[in-house]
Design a protein around this ligand. Structure first.
Ligand code: S3P
Length: 171
């Protein structure tokens, strides 16, 4: 079994992926961490020095590299991964189970205000600019996220609860 977790920035893809990895005894990969390791640079540095277009190109390249692996894994994508370079088609062409961690606009605004610092797309925005940014961004991105095979609502749930729900669902 291969599992691909997707959803907006700060939806819990990495933490829930790690919990699933423990619960299901499967190995865990995080696409952002994979990129950081391969490129020897933080995501913020890649955006700053090489630009977003370069980031989207290598994001697609490393995603395909991971999807081609023979072994099973749980993979957490970056928030933008599903929305570029036909990445959802590439994912859904494999036998991986793609899962959308689906938070409402209000939930994602509240979480991103707390967690914007390390995220180059939002780090420089003041808190009062976040609601409009997130609402517009989610409007554009949801159609891609909704191409996932499964979707789970995360509003008002702790990461532990989402992980437990997913473990039951996948069992
Ligand atoms: C991005 C989300 C980030 C990272 C990059 C771009 C996005 O991942 O890939 O900063 O476009 O939403 P997280 O969702 O893990 O923050």
């Amino acid at each position: 079994m291969k599992i691909v977790l997707l959803g907006y920035m700060a939806s819990g893809k990495t933490s829930i992926g790690k919990r699933l990895s423990n619960g299901l005894s499967m190995s865990f990969l995080d696409l952002d961490d994979y990129i950081i390791e391969k490129e020897g640079m933080s995501i913020a540095k890649i955006f700053e020095e090489k630009g977003e277009v370069y980031f989207r190109l290598i994001e697609n390249k490393y995603l395909k590299e991971i999807l081609a692996k023979d072994e099973d894994f749980i993979l957490a994508l970056g928030g933008g991964t599903p929305c570029y370079a036909n990445n959802m088609d590439a994912i859904n062409k494999t036998d991986a189970i793609s899962i959308y961690l689906n938070g409402s606009t209000a939930t994602m605004i509240e979480r991103l205000i707390r967690k914007k610092a390390k995220r180059p797309l939002v780090a420089s925005l003041s808190d009062d600019k976040i609601p409009e940014f997130v609402a517009k961004h989610l409007f554009e991105r949801r159609p891609f996220y909704e191409q996932a095979k499964l979707s789970i609502k995360i509003d008002g749930k702790k990461k532990k609860e989402v992980a437990e729900e997913l473990i039951k669902l996948l069992d």
